[in-house]
Design a protein around this ligand. Structure first.
Ligand code: NDP
Ligand code: GDR
Length: 363
């Protein structure tokens, strides 16, 4: 049988890396679009990469950008993918308030550019399309838990841009008969999550505090509630959605909800630290219950102009139609993230003790 060909935008990101690994395991030829950067930006996929001079390789990277239709058309023409996964985005909600136009260009129009490229090349009956939609679409939630039928109420430039992407995907499915799907994914994390998203920021800081590399972790809204799953589980669903008889949209979530404060408590507990929270709102602090050291403080610069206070997904449709359910629990994920960040912190502590300068990377 002919080997299937997949093209992944955002392959250098968290989900792109896990999805590429999954598809290679399944025997796909995997192509990815990476952005030109002044430094290497392929750390998450380097373990999959083979010598670019090897002609038999099944993993190929192309330079490109979602803001450039000519280059997207050229890559899609060259690759002629059976499956196209659009994971690329300016994906940080807080940053989208600072770069709203760029976020709209990449997250909203970037999706349109890909769909149009597929159509222009006459591949609309050949290429199956996955759009990385998001629970942020629900924003100011009007019902709990959220399902595929819950009305959207986006609360950031990021979410508004993703709302355009959601509907243009639905529209191309209905207008041109494309096999195009939205995965409405709730937050998913892992040891390779970007360091400025709250879960990774917490596990990384707690590990560094434990080793004396950092004193305090500054966070924003500790009361925000999220439904957190593991990225490795969620990319499997992205693939499953493109293997059905007919295209559809699915909510992917765990159905469990925790606060940012709970996540801090869980991560600290993995390191043998008990955190006691005192105060409220901007004055809340978290102390080491044994030593009294202040470990966590609220800094209002991490507040968002409009916040998404609570998200909780109902994945019943995905479970029933795709036979999908998450395998990795939140507790297992927190333990894995802390373990990996502790290893990195140990390396940094060693370098520091040998007199090398260590980049703290705090935001
Ligand atoms: P990441 O931020 O880790 O990765 C984003 C990827 O998009 C990176 O490869 C990045 O490249 C690339 N990218 C950014 N801008 C452009 C551009 N202009 N042109 C081409 N590529 C670009 O995100 P995740 O892996 O966590 O998420 C994947 C997708 O899923 C995103 O679309 C996100 O919005 C969405 N999503 C994520 C959820 C989550 O909880 N993780 C939940 C729901 C949806 P570079 O490495 O160079 O920065
Ligand atoms: P989110 O994830 O905005 O849900 O978007 P993030 O981890 O950034 O925030 C989750 C919640 O934590 C609160 N928070 C903080 N967030 C960050 N980043 N830094 C802090 O210091 C901090 N303190 C508290 C936030 O206010 C928020 O309520 C993620 C992204 O991956 C999106 O691309 C994706 O679409 C959604 O998840 C689903």
């Amino acid at each position: 049988m002919k080997r299937k060909v997949a093209l992944i935008t955002g392959i250098t990101g968290q989900d792109g890396a896990y999805l590429a690994e999954l598809l290679l395991q399944k025997g796909y030829e995997v192509h990815g679009i990476k952005r030109r950067a002044s430094l290497f930006n392929t750390q998450r996929i380097d373990h999959l990469y083979r010598d670019p001079h090897d002609t038999g390789r099944k993993f190929v990277l192309h330079y490109g950008d979602l803001s450039d239709s000519t280059n997207l058309i050229r890559i899609i023409q060259q690759v002629r993918p059976d499956e196209l996964y659009n994971l690329a985005a300016q994906s940080h909600v807080k940053v989208s308030f600072e770069s709203p136009e760029y976020t709209a260009d990449v997250d909203a129009l970037g999706t349109l550019r890909l769909l149009e490229a597929v159509r222009i090349l006459g591949l609309e009956k050949h290429t199956r399309f996955y759009q990385a939609s998001t629970s942020e679409l629900f924003g100011q939630v009007v019902e709990t838990p959220q399902t595929e039928r819950t009305p959207f109420y986006p609360r950031s430039p990021y979410a508004v841009a993703k709302m355009y992407a959601y509907w243009i995907t639905v529209n191309y499915r209905e207008a041109y008969g494309m096999y195009a799907c939205n995965g409405i994914l709730f937050n998913h994390e892992s040891p390779i999550r970007g360091e400025t998203f709250v879960t990774r920021k917490i596990t990384r800081a707690m590990a560094r505090i434990k080793l004396g590399l950092q004193d305090c972790l500054y966070l924003g809204n500790l009361s925000a509630l999220r439904d957190w799953g593991h990225a490795k589980d969620y990319v499997e669903m992205q693939w499953l959605m493109l293997q059905q008889d007919a295209p559809d949209d699915f909510v992917i979530a765990t159905g469990r909800q925790h606060s940012v404060r709970d996540f801090v408590t869980m991560a600290a507990a993995e390191l043998g630290i008990t955190v006691r929270f005192e105060g409220t709102g901007a004055d809340e602090k978290g102390y080491d219950a044994n030593t009294g050291q202040c470990l966590v403080a609220v800094d209002s610069r991490y507040f968002r102009p409009t916040e998404v206070e609570t998200l909780l997904g109902d994945p019943t449709k995905a479970r029933e139609r795709l036979g999908w359910q998450p395998r990795i629990t939140l507790e297992e994920m927190v333990a894995e993230m802390v373990r990996c960040d502790l290893r990195d912190a140990q390396r940094d502590a060693l370098c520091k003790s040998e007199g090398y300068t260590v980049f703290d990377g705090n935001e």
